[in-house]
Ligand binder design. Sequence first.
Ligand SMILES: [Zn+2]
Length: 106
Amino acid sequence: MKLSLENLQSLVRCMVCNKKHRPAKMVVLEEDEKRTALHLSCDGCGASSLVFLSLGQLGVMSLGVPTDLEQAEARALYQGDPVSLDDVLEVHEFLKGHTGDISALF
Ligand SMILES: [Zn+2]
């Protein structure tokens, strides 16, 4: 969901102290046609939160959760390759077929 920083700013407040956010304190983590995920760090109270905005029939809904993640950590989390189901199955099959001592693998 493409929103200008001004729009984001008017939608997003600190969950803890209710202070409005300045664009510099927000980073967009993920964005598609209907959803946007943001990381905020409040310069009022220092709290960080993740905010998910989604476009629904009633307009833009926002959901915020407090987080311990720093901006850079949150960004890394979103940009890292998610583990796919295939990877999980592959490891599972491998371990199933392995009869020796698991610690010998490492
Ligand atoms: Zn705050």
